[in-house]
Design a protein around this ligand. Sequence first.
Ligand SMILES: [Ca+2]
Length: 366
Amino acid sequence: MKTSIILFVASILVCLPKVENLLTASDTEGGGQKEDDAVTNVIYDTDMCTDVDDVGALAILHKLSDEGLANILAVVYNEVHKRGVAAIDAINTWYGRGDIPIGAYKKTLKDPDYSSYLAAVAKYENDTPSDLSKVPDALDVYVNTLKAQKDNSVTIVSVGFLNNLADLLRAEPELVERKVKKLVVMAGVSGDNFNTVRHDLVGEAQKVLEDWPTLVVISPIGEDIYTGVVLENVEDNPVRTAYYKWFNSSFQGRSSWDLLAVLYAVKGTELFDEQSEGNGSLRNGYTYKMSKEKRIFITGKFSKSYYEALLNTYLIQPPTNTKVENVVCDKPVDSSADCFFDLMGRRVSTPETGLYFVNGKKVLYR
Ligand SMILES: [Ca+2]
């Protein structure tokens, strides 16, 4: 298994001398360093516990950070599982960012959720104290993080319940208005049946959707976009273990709601369409009007297979700072020729429609 990954990397190295630019070439062309405002400053608010797409989404966020497109300011946890914070920390640590502040929801939730994978993920290296009273409060992390940022510069991505956000809005509405550029909420547009209602929190969801002072973008898509099966082919890591455990010790593809919310938060209209017509509603009867400035939702603009290939590409990539040493290629590759590699790292002589690595760039071959 490891050998195939090494050969994959080795093949790319031979094919592409400038491997460090593999995924960033288009971002740095002509201008060197990206402008500050081209980097999306993100606070990730997750219920990582029941479902595994929160893990995949955090992985995507790290890879977008590796590309220089995102900057993870903090992660806050809106569930109450006792291994949740340590698992988040373990994933951050795996990606070389173990110092990212993490805040936990310190109140109780009705009927807390079970997790099939958090305990296993929390065993990977992390420095979260076992005494959870020492973990910072999510509200404090939000406030301290926002205070340290420039005005109108923070994107919050909420892929779970809205309890932390409602607390923040009640405590510091002016800070939110000043610092937050955009809030992306993974939820259904109408009649959402999980993130806005679970744990009897629909009132908190309404508080946010009704009073949030900046643009709110609802991200309802991803149910039919399956990702993660490719993790079988990479070396052991916390993201791989989460998916493996979630599927009862097997590798399958899981719906990608949270991954797409993160992808939109960073890539925006490059990959998604924004819609501002119609209404949104919650299951308690609260209805709100979509409008360009305040409340919109997104739809996909590419095929299901495109999003699956793109997200899977991110999921299988190791952290940028992983050292690849003593790599050897199985055979010499002519670097002047096009080299197509599929997501498993296999060289492909007759590519069909899909995403490949070709001459140093991710290419959608049609
Ligand atoms: Ca979630």
